[in-house]
Design a protein around this ligand. Structure first.
Ligand code: IMP
Ligand code: MG
Length: 177
């Protein structure tokens, strides 16, 4: 597939799988038998969340929430809730899953939403946390897969204008080719 030659791999499929298993162990140990409500943010977190929840060895409830704050690969500074939850988060231990923490705007707004909705606790898990070199973020994830450089990354759920989400690895678009 031509696409493979344009994208430089940062995290291979195997490297991601190992880290997802480690996160799943930590999350399982943390929640034990409390049956958390795990909410994957659409669309980016879908692939990560699907692998993560299948590696957990605890009972969970699962839901999704459609949010977006990016247009043409740029943060817009406003968040759109595009879908509604099926499960009421009130009184539940909520774990929000996202693909990547960039400015932190999305995750902080979503965490505020769950607190306002009466969740008993709100924790967050992201696969990637971008190193913004000295910029203070409004939120830090409770579980992070990898800290990555401040690059625009695609694959394993992450898109560039809705392309590349289906790549099994994470990489950067190589514009030198
Ligand atoms: P934040 O609100 O700036 O933290 O951005 C978080 C959201 O922006 C994530 O849920 C992603 O959907 C998207 N995003 C941020 N950086 C990237 C990137 O490098 N590649 C693809 N999507 C990104
Ligand atoms: Mg997203």
């Amino acid at each position: 597939m031509e696409i493979k030659f344009m994208i430089k791999t940062l995290y291979s499929k195997d490297v991601i799988a190992v880290r997802v298993d480690e996160l799943a162990k930590e999350i399982s140990a943390h929640y034990g038998d409390s049956r958390p409500l795990i909410v994957a943010l659409l669309n980016g977190a879908v692939l990560f969340a699907a692998d993560l929840v299948r590696s957990l060895d605890i009972e969970i409830m699962f839901d999704t929430l459609g949010v977006s704050s990016y247009e043409n690969d740029c943060q817009t500074g406003k968040i759109d809730f595009r879908t509604r939850l099926k499960i009421n988060p009130a009184g539940r231990d909520v774990l929000v899953i996202d693909d990547i923490l960039d400015t932190g705007f999305t995750l902080s707004k979503v965490a505020d939403y769950f607190i306002a909705s009466g969740a008993s606790s709100v924790k967050t898990c992201v696969l990637l946390d971008k190193n913004l070199e000295g910029v203070k973020k409004p939120v830090k994830a409770d579980w992070t897969g990898f800290e990555c450089d401040n690059l625009y990354v695609v694959g394993y759920g992450l898109d560039s204008n809705e392309l590349y989400r289906n790549l099994p690895y994470i990489g950067v678009i190589d514009t030198s080719i």
